[in-house]
Ligand binder design. Structure first.
Ligand SMILES: Nc1ncnc2c1ncn2[C@@H]1O[C@H](COP(=O)(O)OP(=O)(O)OP(=O)(O)O)[C@@H](O)[C@H]1O
Length: 301
C-alpha cells in the first residue's frame, strides 16, 4: 500500500487554479522530493495532504486515510510528522515549552536525541530565535514522536550549510529506519542529496516524476571554460551541448552528452580555468521539459 496517494487532485482558489489534476504516489520508506518554483503549488499539495484544504476535484490519502474522512485522518495524523513552511510558534514561550506542548499531544520519545542534532536555544523565548533556530525547533517537533510519515515544507530554508548537511544526514538515517519522508523544496541540489525520487511541479501541473539519477542525467551539467575564444568552436559543436553563451574570456554551455567526449575535447584545448556545476532547476525545465511543458508524454512513474 502506498503511504501517500494523490489522484487527479485539482485545487482552485476562486479563479486561481493552484493544482491541476495532480497524481502521484509515494511508497513506504521512500524519500520523495517535491520540487517547484515559487507559486508552483507545493504548499497547496501539502496542505491538502494534511486535510487543511479540501480538493476541488480528485482524491488524496495518507497512510490509507482519505484526507476528506475526518476521523480516519485524525487517526492517521498520530503517525504523521509535519513541518509547515510558516511555523507560527507562540513567540512568548520558550522552545522547551513548545516541545513540552507537542509532546503532551503526540508523544516525544525521540526528543532528546533530536535536540542533540538540532540545537535551538531551548531555554530562550521563540521571539528571540533566528529563522534557522525556529526551523530546527520545527524539525524536532516534526520527528519527535517517531512518525511513520513526515511531511516537511521547505525544511532547510534558513538553516546554515552545516545544519543543512546535518539535516540531510539525518534524513538518510531516517530512510534506513524505514520512515517515509515527503519534502518540498525549490532547490534541486538539496533534494538530490537525499531523495530517491522527485516530482516537479510547475504552475500547478506535475511536469515530471523521476528517480533522482534520471533527472540529473537529463539535466546535464553547466560547464564554464576560460580559454581563447578562437578555440571555443569545437566545444560548442559537440553533441549534447546546448544553451551556448560565448563569453569574452571563453564559453559557457549546458552539457547533456557523454562525459568521455567532453573530456577528450577539453584535454586537447588550452584551458585557463574550468567550472562544472549542476544547472539550476529552471535550466532543467528549459532544456529537458521545455518552457511550455505540460508533462504529457513525458511523465515517468
Ligand atoms: N489561500 C489562497 N488563496 C488564493 N490563492 C492561493 C491561496 N493559497 C495559494 N494560492 C495560490 O496558489 C498558487 C500555489 O501556491 P503555493 O503556496 O501552493 O505554491 P508553492 O509552490 O508552495 O510556492 P512557494 O515556494 O512560494 O511557497 C499560487 O498562485 C498562490 O498564489
Amino acid at each position: 500500500m502506498s503511504v501517500i496517494e494523490v489522484e487527479e487532485v485539482t485545487k482552485e482558489f476562486g479563479a486561481v487554479r493552484a493544482l491541476d489534476a495532480v497524481s502521484f504516489e509515494v511508497g513506504p520508506g521512500e524519500v520523495f522530493g517535491f520540487l517547484g518554483p515559487n507559486g508552483a503549488g507545493k504548499t497547496t499539495t501539502i496542505r491538502t495532504l494534511l486535510g487543511l484544504l479540501t480538493p476541488t476535484a480528485g482524491t488524496a490519502a495518507v497512510l490509507g486515510a482519505d484526507v476528506e474522512d475526518e476521523q480516519a485522518l485524525v487517526d492517521a495524523k498520530a503517525r504523521i510528522g509535519y513541518l509547515p513552511a510558516t511555523l507560527g510558534f507562540d513567540p512568548g514561550v520558550t522552545g522547551e515549552t513548545v516541545l513540552d506542548y507537542h509532546e503532551s499531544i503526540k508523544g516525544g520519545e525521540r526528543r532528546d536525541r533530536l535536540c542533540e542534532i538540532f540545537t535551538p536555544p531551548l531555554e530562550r523565548p521563540v521571539r528571540e530565535y533566528s529563522s534557522g533556530n525556529e526551523r530546527m525547533l520545527g524539525i524536532i517537533q516534526a520527528f519527535m514522536h517517531d512518525p511513520d510519515l513526515v511531511i516537511l515544507d521547505e525544511p532547510t530554508s534558513g538553516l546554515d550549510p552545516l545544519k543543512q548537511e546535518e539535516f540531510n544526514e539525518f534524513v538518510r538515517q531516517e530512510r534506513e529506519r524505514g520512515t517515509t519522508v515527503f519534502f518540498s523544496s525549490h532547490v534541486l541540489s538539496e533534494v538530490r542529496r537525499v531523495c530517491d525520487r522527485v516530482g516537479i511541479l510547475r504552475d500547478g501541473e506535475l511536469v515530471a516524476l523521476e528517480d533522482v539519477e534520471t533527472l540529473l542525467r537529463r539535466g546535464g551539467k553547466r560547464v564554464r571554460v576560460q580559454m581563447d575564444s578562437d578555440q571555443t568552436t569545437a566545444l560548442a559543436d559537440l553533441d549534447g551541448v546546448v544553451d551556448v553563451t560565448h563569453l569574452p574570456d571563453g564559453i559557457q554551455f549546458v552539457y547533456t552528452g557523454e562525459y568521455d567526449r567532453l573530456l577528450d575535447e577539453l584535454a586537447s584545448a588550452d584551458i585557463r580555468d574550468i567550472d562544472i556545476s549542476e544547472p539550476p532547476l529552471e535550466d532543467i525545465f528549459l532544456h529537458y521539459y521545455g518552457s511550455g511543458a505540460t508533462g504529457e508524454g513525458e511523465m515517468h512513474a
